[in-house]
Design a protein. Structure first.
Length: 97
């Protein structure tokens, strides 16, 4: 069974995201060596890891300041006729894929 380019890229992206979330700087020496081996095994691995890191940095830059969301929710609740509901129960019933 052969893996297509798109499928391979998705697999590499997923693996790069796993390594990013694992925080390589906090891994054991053995796991850090495994990570470095994975990086060195292909330029695509490096590219995907850097893409994940850039995406994470971009998302962090867009994050609202602490307390901002709560302030916006409170302001929305005070608007006449506003209907502001928590959507948390939707996530519990049907988690995102």
């Amino acid at each position: 069974m052969s893996v297509g380019d798109g499928q391979l890229r998705r697999l590499l992206s997923a693996r790069a995201a796993e390594w990013y979330v694992a925080r390589p700087d906090s891994l054991s020496a053995e796991r850090r060596a495994e990570f470095l081996c994975w990086l060195k095994s292909s330029p695509l691995h490096v590219a995907e890891y850097l893409a994940v890191a850039a995406l994470a940095a971009g998302l962090a830059a867009l994050a609202p300041p602490a307390g901002c969301i709560e302030a916006l929710l409170e302001r929305a609740r005070r608007e006449p006729g506003a209907v502001v509901q928590s959507l948390a129960h939707f996530w519990r019933r049907s988690p995102p894929h």
